[in-house]
Write a protein that binds this ligand. Structure first.
Ligand code: PLP
Length: 427
């Protein structure tokens, strides 16, 4: 694979951008190579600056569920841009997307738009604190909720990759209010709740963990969280920035039938443009400024281009059979990769929820961060580079999720499985 132009651009970027990238995982550090610079994308494919094409399972880290440059989304964005990129004033588009989200997501009675998933979770936490009058929050190790101070404690995603449990720059006085429990372990939650009785504002959880690889909730885990939070007057937040409109139209809460008090969204609802949202019970949401006293704001919140891309994407997701087809494709490719590993005698623990999947390089089951952390990340790095050579673009870390989209064809999926088979044999 020829990648001289990517290498040249990376060297240039290093001079003006810290680490050469605008978000850490993009740097490919954990897989021992330099990042590819991407020039364009179409459907299931992305193309780098050297003209190489790859079947894409990153999908911009989740948003591109209908594929890149879907003609209806592109057309709508173009049209919206001609009417103005941003007004800083209310628009009808915001109501349209809000109503679509409210109709889709069981827990959401009112919703506020923001510009990223980080803003959504940060604001949901502030709202929970304001609503309950309590300071502590509870999260799970290996779950990632964006990069706000309170949530950068034992987080997944890039922090997991770099082995940095807590970022420098987060004041200890603030971090001490973040309690960390073990994913899929209700006893760890009960113990923290008992030891901090009456002080916990919210429990925030990825209902399908996607930032330590894909880790499904075990039976009873989400139900148990719901029960504990109801009993203790704690606000239950499902962070569905990744799983929202991904594992079902109504997200993980629809798929598993558990309703949180607040939900955070992002990624898919912006159709590839910068967006986030948080919503939930009217009683809690009406505490937000200007209706209530909890302050939250944004220059570009409800941006007309992002709203338009979100509306068009959601319309496509409503087409009959969309999620059934996606499920079939995802099952086919995830099971195909798992079989390829088995045939090659390579230990792989395969997980999948809808179109989120992961192959953990581990002999043991993975169900929380400690079990995920035991994976053979060196072998993963070799596999990742091999897959890239074969024209398959995976997330550049063991602790991320692969996303299947509607644009992936049967041929793409078969090619991916064949590439995996070759790479596992070579390991
Ligand atoms: N929450 C979850 C579950 C995420 O996966 C992410 C990003 O990957 C975020 C929050 C943060 O979103 P953003 O990167 O848009 O700030």
């Amino acid at each position: 694979m020829q990648n001289s132009r990517s290498s040249q651009l990376f060297q240039q970027a290093l001079k003006s951008i810290p680490g050469g990238v605008n978000s850490p995982v993009r740097a490919f550090r954990s897989v021992g190579s330099d990042p590819l610079f991407i020039k364009s994308a179409a459907g299931p494919m992305i193309f780098d600056e050297d003209g190489n094409g790859y079947i894409d399972y990153v999908g911009s880290w989740g948003p591109m569920i209908v594929g890149h440059c879907h003609p209806k989304v592109v057309e709508a964005i173009k049209k919206a841009a001609e009417s103005g990129a941003s007004f800083g004033a209310p628009t009808e588009l915001e109501i349209t997307l809000a109503e679509m989200v409210i109709k889709a997501v069981p827990s959401i009675e009112m919703v506020r738009m923001v510009s990223s998933g980080t803003e959504a979770t940060m604001s949901a936490i502030r709202l929970s604190r304001g609503y309950t009058g309590r300071d502590n929050i509870l999260k799970f190790s290996g779950c990632y909720h964006g990069h706000s101070d309170s949530l950068l404690v034992k987080a997944g995603s890039g922090l997991a990759t770099f082995g940095v449990p807590d970022s420098p720059g987060v004041p200890a006085d603030l971090a001490k209010h973040t309690l960390t429990a073990t994913y899929n372990d209700l006893d760890s939650v009960r113990a923290l709740v008992a030891a901090n009785k009456g002080t916990i504002a919210c429990v925030i959880v990825e209902p399908v963990a996607g930032n330590m690889g894909t880790v499904p909730p075990q039976e009873g885990f989400l139900e148990g969280l719901r029960e504990i939070c109801t009993e203790e007057g704690i606000v239950l937040i499902f962070d569905e920035v990744m799983s929202g409109f991904r594992v079902a139209y109504g997200g993980a809460q629809e798929r598993f039938g558990i309703t949180p008090d607040l939900t955070t969204l992002g990624k898919i609802i912006g159709g590839g443009l910068p967006v986030g949202a948080f919503g939930g019970k009217k009683e809690i949401m009406s505490q937000l400024s200007p209706a209530g006293g909890v302050y939250q704001a944004g220059t570009l919140s409800g941006n007309p281009l992002a709203m338009t891309a979100g509306i068009e994407t959601l319309k496509l997701l409503q087409e009959p059979g969309f999620y059934e087809k996606l499920e079939e494709k995802s099952k086919f490719v995830a099971e195909g990769i798992a079989k390829a590993a088995k045939d090659a005698g390579f230990p792989l623990y395969s997980t999948r929820v809808g179109s989120m999947f992961c192959g953990f390089f581990s002999k043991e089951p993975v169900y929380n961060w400690d079990s995920a952390a035991k994976c053979d990340t060196k072998a993963f790095a070799t596999y990742f580079r091999g897959m890239l050579e074969e024209g398959v673009y995976l997330a550049c870390s063991q602790f991320e999720t692969a996303f299947v989209g509607a644009a992936h064809t049967e041929q793409d999926l078969e090619k991916t499985i064949a590439a995996a088979a070759k790479c596992f044999k070579a390991l």
